[in-house]
Write a protein that binds this ligand. Sequence first.
Ligand SMILES: Cc1ncc(COP(=O)(O)O)c(C=O)c1O
Length: 438
Amino acid sequence: MPAAKKLARQHSDEFWERAIKVIPIGTQTFGKSPKQWAFGTAPNYLQRAKGSHVWDVDGNEYIDYGMALGPIILGYNYPRVTEAIKDQLEQASILSLNHPIEVELAELLVELIPCAEMVRFGKNGSDATSAAVRLARAFTGREVILCSGYHGWQDWYIGTTSRSRGVPKAVRDLTLQFPYNDIDYLNALFEKYPGAVAAVIMEPSNFEAPQPGYLEKVKELTRRNGALLIFDEVLTGFRMSMGGAQEYFGVIPDLAIFAKAMANGMPISALVGKAEIMQLFSEVFYSFTFASEMLSMAASIATIQELQDKNALPEIWKRGGELKRGCLELIAEFGLEGTVSCTGYDVWLRFAFTGKDSRESQALETLFRQEVTKRGILMRTSTFICYSHSAEDIQKTLKAYGEAFEYISQALKQGAVEQSLEGPIIEPVIRGQLRVSG
Ligand SMILES: Cc1ncc(COP(=O)(O)O)c(C=O)c1O
């Protein structure tokens, strides 16, 4: 096995030294903290990107599977999207009144997303999930929220996690988490809070597929109890299918939130849903200066049209399928079936590592990321595939995976997993919840 070269990282380390003096935790996004990557091996700073490739501040090139934590669906700096942004910039990025582009984008979403009769825009996924929760509370006159998955940084949700500092208890008490695919648990929550639940908000699927009938039962239970069903499609939207997971699984919620992939990396989110509920925004306050920013709207229209014209999502599924199959073969080849798993949908995969205890599991994950990074592959727990990932990218990636697996199996045999690390073990952002991109 060829030894992996150590990457140049002088500039990455210099910027980080400067950052921690002026930026609390050194970053704007937990998911971009070096602690979430193989610290000391992975770059701390990237400089530019094109297609599926990124370059760090020291000039190293990588095939990227982070995809900016999910938004990049076509590829970085994708010509049609870049052109649309430039054209819009020539007109204006934001104005004192509305611009027709927001009507065009809203109509496009209504056409594509099954539950969408009306649309409101935001900048982050968190804007739109929080607006949905407020709207549901106003519509039902109830306060309790039941949630499953990750829904962003706002009080109503983050108060339910280990990162709840600063969230008042009164707010924390109003949201309860339920485990995915456990209909009895959800039923018990409805029984515990009769007539009090405003909404069930959930990721319709993440890495785990719904058991047959699960989403239908959630919908039925929610309706029977007079609550609204909200699908958080921040991740599934414009990745799983053009109409989101609701189209893919054929279960239509009352409201849904789209964000990440809808504009190939520009900051925009959308809350969509039934007109009867959405009309209540006449009374519910959801209004802010940059909600009608138009570069992101232009990017979104171009992204959606390109996904349609190229029928891109099936291609992305195909490429991701090749990566997943190749990866499973390698796991078997190196006898790592009990140690490494590669699961999830072909468009966004998940690697999980199982050691003798949770510390060794996380050390194994860190070691894997360390070794693939040195071989030119940049990835986190989620592996996102985009339309620009080529067959050659997949082959190079599988070669790097194979070498990393070989290294890991040797380290395991020698009982030297932690000793093989060149930096600290990756820390979860939220305890008990490894996959958080915000
Ligand atoms: C399913 C889901 N909902 C909501 C959010 C929050 O989105 P944002 O980080 O844009 O506020 C995320 C972010 O990762 C997400 O994955």
